[in-house]
Write a protein that binds this ligand. Structure first.
Ligand code: MTE
Length: 327
């Protein structure tokens, strides 16, 4: 994401990103630094879903009891993005605004114990210990495309639970038209919050039908392993047909409510970041085109697909809406 202090003459991020990604990857692959940075993941306390096995050097602890889903690499027909790139090229402003800041600065963050507050229009509000919250559900792996508003994208094998199942369990009432999400607000643990680059805590929201869509996932892992801190440990959202900033990390609260909730990037720059944020190649960001994207690791750009390629699954939810206005 971009903070809005850029001058018009600055190079758009969609142009500078690929080179830096490329350079970063080269550097990581060719220096010992990556071994050091990676090794830190193994020291992160696992959130403890199931009984995580011992971590391979430089990797997170394995998640047990993860079933395969119908969203496989084969069904998607695309290469997975390298684990190293997924875990070292991040946006997580609570740990700094640079792409490598989260991997470098979130190593000491301890996401355990963790609780999740469920508030508002549900039959079973409360503060749930994360392990208890997850336990009734079956973890599954889903390989999704993930596209950032900055025009880079990845293919990641996420591990999580369908948000729809959680919502059904909580028993939404008739007033539950939207779900609001909040990230932890704790500048001591998330030092990037000492700078007011956004209004903390980070906030996101979905319409209830979007939250209940079978694609929407609450993520607790990737590549079969516990979610690394820099990717939003211990629990984050994944809505693969929307720009990446909807995928709120380190969630501590979900509120079911009648009104559309405020969202951080919309509060920061309403002209640039709408509530819906559906991937849409025909609606440009005011400062750059959204027609193409660079898959991390690729040299050439590829055309961006409507709803990030998930139109069949989600298009119906937006029938009759003017997606230029409701971007
Ligand atoms: N969640 C929080 N709390 N803070 C953030 O800065 N960045 C968002 C999203 N979720 C962000 C966040 C953006 S802009 C993107 S593209 C994705 O996280 C990046 O996820 P990744 O680092 O796992 O690729």
């Amino acid at each position: 994401m971009l903070i809005k202090t850029k001058k018009a003459s600055d190079v758009p991020s969609s142009e500078i990103t690929p080179k830096s990604v490329y350079m970063d990857r080269r550097r990581f692959l060719t220096t010992a630094a990556i071994a050091g940075a990676g090794a830190a993941f193994g020291t992160i306390a696992p959130p403890g879903f199931g009984s995580p096995a011992l971590a391979a050097p430089g990797r997170g602890p394995k998640l047990e009891g993860v079933k395969k889903s119908k969203w496989t690499q084969k069904s998607l027909g695309e290469e997975l993005t390298e684990y190293k790139a997924v875990t070292t090229y991040n946006n997580f402003y609570e740990f700094g605004t640079g792409k490598t800041d989260p991997a470098e600065r979130a190593t000491k963050f301890n996401p355990k114990p963790w609780s999740l507050a469920i508030e508002g229009a549900v039959e079973k509000p409360g503060v749930y210990d994360l392990e208890d919250f997850i336990k009734p559900h079956q973890l599954e792996e889903r390989v999704y495309r993930f596209r950032c508003v900055e025009a880079w994208s990845m293919v990641v094998p996420w591990v999580g639970i369908p948000l729809a199942d959680v919502i059904k369990r909580m028993g939404p009432t008739g007033n539950a038209k939207y779900v609001a999400f909040e990230t932890l607000n704790d500048p001591k643990r998330m030092p990037g919050q000492n700078r007011r680059v956004l209004q903390w805590p980070y906030k996101e929201g979905l319409r209830i039908d979007e939250a209940m869509n079978p694609l929407t996932l609450l993520v607790v892992g990737l590549y079969g392993e516990v979610l690394p801190n820099q990717n939003g440990a211990p629990i984050r959202l994944m809505v693969p047909w929307k720009y990446g900033f909807k995928a709120i990390k380190s969630i501590v609260k979900m509120t079911f409510q009648a009104e559309q909730p405020p969202t951080s990037w919309n509060q920061s720059a309403a002209r640039e970041y709408g509530f819906y944020s559906n991937v849409n190649p025909s609606v440009n960001h005011p400062r750059w085109s959204q027609a193409k994207e660079r898959r991390i690791g690729d040299f050439l750009k590829r055309p961006t697909k409507m709803f990030n390629g998930y139109e069949e699954e989600v298009g119906q939810m937006y029938a009759g809406m003017d997606l230029r206005k409701l971007f």
